[in-house]
Design a protein around this ligand. Structure first.
Ligand SMILES: [Zn+2]
Length: 831
């Protein structure tokens, strides 16, 4: 649900992460070239840049951005191993047909065929020799499954995919000791983090491949675009690539113009405190330009009545990603120093005098530190029932009288009549109470007012420096290094492709799916989801802690989960797609202004919702996104086209690999409907208790087992936060189990049963290996620290070890002795 993490991060490196973006996604995406640029899925979330409270949970961490990874793949590429359909037939039982086909070949073809077959055989033999050299107790895993010797799958696809798996394994590690090291050790050795990156792994590798596809479509001539929206997306991309160097020529000018228009900034001069008011400044910066500061708000589904939209307010307004960044000065002294430098450099670039700038931005940091002190930590914000506070604007006015809320929202909504009776949901009353004291105290003195204005304008400036010339963008490097351990040296086109996707992802998505999405993927994915859903509901009967009535409701909720796969249909309809972007003006040489207009467009679209009935089919992620999510207010799981690709899913894969990859992602999202937060919503997506009280107690006891288990997991000298990651861990555990049982009960074709060459592993074992290898990755220690402090997902290693060590079925398949690390005596289980 609203895990602070997702979409919202786009702009700030996390700060208003307090504001809720409740989707449960599953992985990272975070700091872009400038942390302030972070606007990932700005449009798809269709929420204000600064706040957003679209509820969802993602599959991967909503974290580190451009970071990518490669599934240490493909040593045996097709070179020299030309396999074809003929070969499949040759090895298949259809001997007669094979014989007929053989006779039909020319002598040259026959000759080539024999050579190829010989080479393949060598590959297999060599692979077997290599893999049998392993030093862990190989007696444990030697059951080459079904069938006759030599009946391995030797298609090009099987050989390639097997080679990739072999390359990632570290055979010197006993899988019962550390399955992550066993599955990924080889990969980690062969894939050091590339220069300029702070993490590298499977997800990022696939993201990079998607970027290349997008580059190719965006660089096609304008007249090949199928709609006005696609043309606009291309123009936006051009404005970012900036072939004429307009951005460099303009330098600071676009920002200075904006500062003039918004009342000035004391740091760069041109500021008159006598005519300043907090209310007025917030109207201009936040309601006209959609910038953040002090708190966050957005229009989103009402948790208790998810068919309607409502204004939601929440804590927010920090710049650095975590509260700890401000409060733990011993740990984060480096980050704070780099932040101060960064702010000073930007101030100076905009015309500020260095010493005065440094002094003034230091005061802004102190103000933000005070905000951090009143910001409630994520781990204490997991109970949706407690967070939800419906109140009228007049209640809010009594609670937080530092501005006039009726005026504020009237100013934002323009055409809609706002009265003090208007209801809103407040997710952080305590924060608003404390914020009021803080703001009123600052607002008493001239110096205090200057700090308030400096802070609010800084929120605007930092959000926009990425759209300025190189010196502005380079200024961020030091802070980036301090935060995540790398300066980032992304090629410009990669940055621009991602940026364009964030801004106009559905137009770009149309081009993307035309290029790569296979029509058959949708029904096949649909089928997989249903198998997993069935496996999940079948298992409910085994859960002794559930009472009969709650079990029935749980089944009904699982069956009511809707899914969306690939992309929304409207994107392939030029008229509908054009309508969506009709209101957005894009010019090919106005990168900065394009972004100002995008912000305004996003805000307008969000506010329009106030007059609408909640739409259950809007997409939060764009089609090329390598991620997935669950939205509790819609009771819906979504899998964009971007993740329905290898290594998660491939139509040519044996089903073990697809269920281990994509199947687990699906199981994970489905289980979010039943994690500590998702389970508070009923089958209609309303926050409403559908459980029996005693069962809730037993559920909580069971989830406490996960909290303690994950608290014990340690990486690079730090402990995982079991409470903060609870929802994701429940989803990881339940998802793996459901996907495995779905795999077991799905009918297998011959292809699904033939062993892969070079791997002495059964398909059941391959299921677990496929699951684990999705998570092969490496991160810098800074990024690991940030991830542990901020992310609701635990580090990759424990996303593998945690769920596997809780699953008896895994230990059975790998013969892990009781009491071994991967088969501990005490296990946690909820679903
Ligand atoms: Zn998740």
């Amino acid at each position: 649900m609203r895990l602070n993490i997702g979409i919202r991060l786009r702009r700030t490196l996390g700060n208003d992460f307090a504001a809720r973006q409740t989707i449960f996604n599953c992985y990272y995406n975070y700091t872009r070239r400038n942390f302030n640029t972070f606007k990932s899925t700005r449009e798809s979330a269709s929420v204000r840049a600064r706040s957003t409270r679209t509820k969802m949970t993602r599959y991967k961490q909503a974290f580190e951005d451009e970071d990518s990874s490669s599934i240490g793949s493909v040593a045996l590429n097709s070179e020299g191993i030309s396999t074809s359909a003929t070969h499949i037939k040759y090895y298949s039982p259809g001997v007669l047909q094979g014989a007929i086909m053989w006779r039909a070949r020319s002598p040259m073809e026959k000759c080539l065929f024999i050579v190829c077959a010989g080479l393949l055989l060598m590959v297999v033999v060599l692979s077997i020799i290599i893999s049998s050299k392993n030093s862990w107790d190989d007696a444990q895993i030697f059951h080459v499954s079904n069938g006759e010797d030599g009946a391995h799958c030797l298609t090009e696809h099987c050989v390639t995919v097997a080679a990739s798996i072999i390359n990632s394994i570290d055979n010197s590690v006993n899988p019962c000791d550390d399955f992550y090291e066993y599955a990924c050790g080889g990969w980690i050795k062969k894939n050091p983090i590339p220069d300029g990156k702070s993490m590298w792994g499977t997800f990022g590798k696939l993201e990079q491949e998607n970027q290349l596809i997008l580059k190719n479509v965006l660089e096609k001539p304008l007249n090949e675009m199928k709609s006005e929206a696609e043309r606009k997306a291309k123009l936006y991309y051009i404005s970012c690539m900036d072939p004429d160097e307009t951005i460099e020529v303009l330098g600071a000018k676009p920002m200075l113009n904006l500062l003039n228009d918004t009342g000035g900034w004391n740091i760069t001069g041109h500021f008159n405190i006598s005519s300043w008011s907090l209310q007025n400044t917030m109207h201009i910066l936040q309601n006209k330009y959609n910038m953040g500061g002090l708190f966050s708000w957005a229009v989103s589904e009402d948790d208790r009545n998810s068919t309607r939209y409502i204004i939601q307010v929440d804590q927010g307004g920090l710049t650095l990603p975590t509260i700890d960044n401000y409060l733990n000065k011993t740990e984060h002294g480096k980050v704070l120093a780099a932040y101060l430098d960064y702010m000073t450099q930007i101030g100076v670039l905009l015309g500020g005098e260095e010493n005065s700038t440094r002094k003034q931005v230091q005061a802004v940091i102190e103000f933000e530190t005070e905000l951090a002190q009143i910001t409630i930590p994520q781990e204490e914000r997991r109970d949706e029932e407690k967070l939800y506070n419906l109140m009228s604007l007049s209640d809010l006015q009594k609670l937080a009288p530092f501005i006039s809320w009726v005026e504020y929202f009237q100013n934002a909504t323009v055409n809609k009549k706002i009265t003090s009776k208007v209801k809103i949901v407040n997710y952080a009353p305590q924060y608003f109470k404390e914020l009021t004291k803080l703001v009123i105290q600052y607002n008493k003195t001239t110096e205090g007012k200057i700090v308030l204005n400096n802070y609010l304008v800084w929120q605007t400036v930092r959000s926009l420096t990425a759209y300025l010339s190189k010196p502005f963008r380079d200024a961020y490097k030091g802070l980036r290094k301090a935060l995540i351990g790398s300066e980032g040296r992304e090629e410009q086109w990669r940055y621009c492709v991602t940026d364009a996707n964030n801004v106009m992802g559905f137009a770009i998505g149309a081009m993307f799916v035309r290029e790569v999405f296979h029509g058959k993927s949708k029904p096949m994915a649909e089928e997989m989801i249903n198998e997993i859903r069935k496996a999940f509901t079948r298992n409910l009967k085994n859960l002794t802690w559930m009472d009969a009535e709650t079990r029935e409701s749980a089944e009904a909720k699982a069956n009511a989960i809707t899914d969306m796969i690939g992309f929304p249909n409207f994107i392939l309809n030029a008229t509908e797609l054009d309508e969506r972007y009709e209101d957005l003006l894009i010019s090919k040489d106005e990168y900065f202004l394009n972004n100002i207009r995008v912000n305004q467009y996003t805000l307008r679209r969000n506010l329009e919702k106030l007059d609408q009935v909640a739409n259950k089919t809007t997409w939060i992620m764009t089609p090329p996104t390598v991620n997935a999510y669950y939205t509790p207010t819609k009771n819906q799981i979504v899998f964009p086209a971007g993740i329905l690709q290898s290594p998660f899913y491939d139509m040519e894969n044996p089903s073990s690999l697809n269920f281990g990859g994509m199947g687990v992602v699906m199981g994970h999202e489905l289980t979010h409907a039943f994690d500590d937060q998702g389970s508070e919503y009923d089958l209609h997506g309303n926050l409403h208790q559908w459980w029996n009280n005693a069962t809730i107690e037993r559920f909580k006891n069971r989830t406490e087992c996960f909290v303690e288990q994950y608290n014990d997991f340690e990486i690079q000298g730090r402990h995982v936060n079991g409470k903060q990651t609870l929802g994701e861990n429940i989803a990881d555990n339940g998802g793996l189990k459901a996907a495995y049982h779905a795999y077991l009960s799905t009918p297998k074709s011959h292809k699904d049963q033939m062993p892969l060459p070079g791997l002495n592993l059964t398909h059941r074992q391959l299921f677990f290996l496929s699951f684990a290898q999705v998570w092969c990755s490496a991160v810098t220690s800074e990024t690991m620290g940030l991830q542990i402090e901020k992310d609701t997902h635990c580090p990759a290693k424990y996303r593998v070890i945690g769920p596997l060590s809780n699953l008896n079925e895994f230990s059975t398949e790998f013969n892990c002795p009781k009491g071994s690390r991967m088969n501990p005596i005490s296990k946690c289980e909820v679903w």
